[in-house]
Write a protein of this length. Structure first.
Length: 105
């Protein structure tokens, strides 16, 4: 496997991971009024995603949720993300439940 392909895949996967993390943690924060990560961590992920999308627009446009995140240009944009999605809600509840179970012991 050539290095360009591997690098492309790593960037692709990181953009995908950050988009999903931003969505799930935004749901937890804005819909469930809770959080399991610090504001600093959220800001770090959001800023990394913003930078990746600027640096690699061609790769970014190929990653799922492109339409959702194409206007994501600041951390403050997270409050405007579409959070009405059953799959997203299920994942958010699972993460929050796991977090509370781990921290109750």
């Amino acid at each position: 496997m050539d290095n360009n392909f591997r690098n492309h895949q790593q960037i692709y996967e990181l953009i995908k991971r950050r988009r999903n993390q931003i969505l799930v943690h935004s749901y937890i924060y804005f819909r469930l009024f809770d959080n399991i990560i610090s504001d600093e961590t959220f800001d770090k992920w959001a800023n990394e995603l913003i930078d990746l999308q600027k640096q690699y627009p061609d790769i970014s446009s190929q990653v799922e949720l492109y339409e959702t995140f194409k206007s994501f240009t600041s951390v403050g944009c997270s409050s405007m993300l579409p959070l009405d999605n059953e799959k997203l809600a299920t994942r958010a509840y699972q993460l929050l439940d796991e977090h509370h179970k781990r921290n109750s012991n």
